[in-house]
Write a protein that binds this ligand. Structure first.
Ligand SMILES: [Zn+2]
Length: 282
């Protein structure tokens, strides 16, 4: 069984290129906030992350979240929000049945509140790490509680990858989400605790969405690390390197699989036509 997959972006921020890759130019580069729309033949529509939404601006009006807003320089408008992009191709909010959340940073959970029927899927440890955090303790985790739906826990399926029996030779333990091989979830800790990536099987190819386990493709292709200053915002630098090494091994052993980091402009620009979001029927 295979699924259809489309990738688009919901907003972006800018940061110095040398932050994403040590030794690179300090010139600002654009970090797109990607999301993926998956159409499963039996389960319906699924999102992987949701990018930014205009809620970000409201959430960063008050101290201390003003600091987050000032550092990240976000651009997003209503038309770019996932919910609006879905409408343009005739998909309503209630048709989104699942949202897989890679991690709880604002550029990945901005649209959660727009999908009242969706069941959320995230790791237990990832949610536990941000649950109840606000003010400075939330800011430290780049987590904005106001972006979370009130009934989040009731609608969430918490996964524990460490209990998975499926083991990939490069990526380690994986959860086969629907037990049909279409979406497999693996742990990519480091950038955030409990962060996940998904390996998706489409008709044309396999696609590995690695979230923020790499910011640029040079990170996993050539093992070029981000600037050490980003350690300040990472949960664990050693886990980050361990995850990156696994993605690197996977890349070497699976050259036909398309690996997509959430914020890499080059990868986004070069997406194959069948994966790139065109504002037409899905
Ligand atoms: Zn991110």
């Amino acid at each position: 069984m295979t699924v259809d997959l489309k990738i688009s972006k919901a907003g972006h921020c800018v940061a110095g290129g040398h932050h994403a890759e040590q030794g690179a130019s300090k010139k600002n580069i654009q970090f797109n906030a990607l999301f993926a729309l998956i159409k499963h033949p039996e389960k319906g529509y699924i999102l992987f992350d949701t990018g930014y939404s205009e809620r970000f601006f409201k959430a960063t009006k008050k101290f201390p979240y003003q600091i987050y807003g000032a550092i990240t320089k976000v651009t997003v408008n209503k038309k770019e929000e996932v919910i609006h992009q879905l409408k343009t191709i005739g998909i309503t909010a209630n048709e989104i049945k699942y949202i897989i959340i890679s991690h709880f940073h604002a550029d990945h959970i901005g649209g959660l509140k727009d999908f009242p029927e969706a069941q959320f899927i995230c790791t237990k440890i990832g949610y536990k790490d941000v649950k109840g955090k606000s003010g400075f303790s939330g800011l430290k985790k780049a987590f904005m509680p106001t972006l979370m739906p009130d009934d989040f826990e009731n609608r969430c399926q918490f996964i524990e990858i460490e209990t998975a029996t499926n083991v990939h030779s490069d990526l380690g333990k994986m959860i086969d989400l629907f037990n049909d091989g279409t979406i497999k979830i693996c742990a990519l800790d480091g950038h955030a605790l409990g962060m996940i990536g998904i390996l998706v099987k489409t008709n044309e190819r396999k696609v590995f969405l690695v979230s923020d386990a790499a910011w640029l493709k040079s990170n996993f292709q050539d093992l070029k690390l981000p600037h050490p200053i980003v350690k300040l915002f990472f949960n664990s630098w050693s886990d980050f390197k361990e995850s990156l090494n696994r993605i690197h091994a996977f890349y070497k052993n699976n050259p036909k699989t398309l690996i997509i980091p959430s914020h890499c402009m080059e990868t986004y620009t070069e997406l194959p036509q069948d994966i790139k979001w065109k504002h037409e029927a899905f």
